[in-house]
Ligand binder design. Structure first.
Ligand SMILES: Nc1nc2c(ncn2[C@@H]2O[C@H](COP(=O)(O)OP(=O)(O)OP(=O)(O)O)[C@@H](O)[C@H]2O)c(=O)[nH]1
Ligand SMILES: [Mg+2]
Length: 249
């Protein structure tokens, strides 16, 4: 079967410490790479010198949603049939991409989430709890049990990207990826999961994610989505049934 044209998109905000090593590992896979420098004030751009990549840049910091969306639109214009998003801070391993691509081949047209389900004992407890909380609500609104809804390491089919109409304002920076799952489900695009190991380094840069503020914003978005569908009881039922089936497996 012909391989689909896949483009890697990396949003990067002050990722000078990790970006070069990460991009070099992506290039090992012989896939085109787009980096969106989101108004970094460090040496992120300089670190990419000499690498064969597409470098896009926002003049000022616009948030993860806008950065990702810019990169995705550019990838589509370059003929991408599917886009893999991967964070620039080194939390995701490009070496997991072949497993994601294999899953996408088996489940064409679906979103594939690289879900941090293995070896996550190093992950901060509060973060894990916040993620589980988000998983429950997003699964309900999507009407499907989805694991690791907060993973930014994903494959999006181009057909889905063309139909999404996201809010990309700065305050929606960390909402985009959650909302994309709900909108995708409404558009008939289900999710599939490729389990990966999570990597939390003790020397990683301080987290930008604000568990209370960002999860609150996500929950408000989900609450609105549920209210606008009369609380969508079928969605809750389907999500819980999916969780039971998955636990029994
Ligand atoms: N925080 C943040 N990240 C951005 C922004 N624009 C692009 N990004 C990139 O989005 C990716 C995810 O951001 P992180 O801050 O690592 O978010 P996270 O992985 O959910 O949170 P941590 O678990 O704390 O790392 C990284 O590659 C960032 O460089 C922005 O305005 N703010
Ligand atoms: Mg991160």
């Amino acid at each position: 079967m012909r391989e689909k044209k896949t483009v890697i998109v990396i949003p990067a905000y002050n990722e000078g410490a990790t970006i070069r090593g990460l991009v070099e590992r992506c290039l090992q896979l012989s896939l085109p790479v787009i980096i969106v420098d989101d108004g970094s004030t460090d040496n992120t751009q300089a670190m990419l010198e000499g690498l064969t990549v597409t470098l896009l840049a926002n003049d000022q910091n616009s948030g993860k949603a806008a950065a990702l969306w810019y990169g995705m639109q550019h990838a589509l214009k370059a003929g991408a049939e599917q886009v893999i998003s991967i964070d620039g801070d080194g939390q995701h391993r490009p070496e997991d991409i072949p497993a994601i691509l294999k899953n996408a081949e088996k489940n064409p047209g679906e979103i594939i989430i690289a879900a941090r389900l293995k070896d996550n004992d190093q992950a901060p407890r509060a973060r894990l709890a916040a993620n589980r909380f988000a998983d429950f609500w997003i699964s309900w609104a999507a009407g499907q049990w989805i694991q690791d809804t907060q993973s930014g390491f994903r494959l999006y089919p181009a057909s889905l990207i063309r139909r999404l109409q996201p809010d990309t304002g700065r305050k929606y920076g960390f909402v985009f990826e959650s909302k994309a799952l709900i909108d995708a489900a409404r558009l008939g695009t289900p999710c599939n999961v490729t389990p990966i190991s999570s990597s939390y380094h003790s020397n990683a840069r301080a987290s930008h994610f604000r568990p209370v503020a960002d999860i609150t914003r996500i929950v408000l978005m989900v609450a609105w989505s549920l209210l606008s569908r009369g609380l969508y009881p079928q969605g809750l039922w389907r999500a819980l049934r999916g969780r039971r089936v998955q636990r029994a497996e």
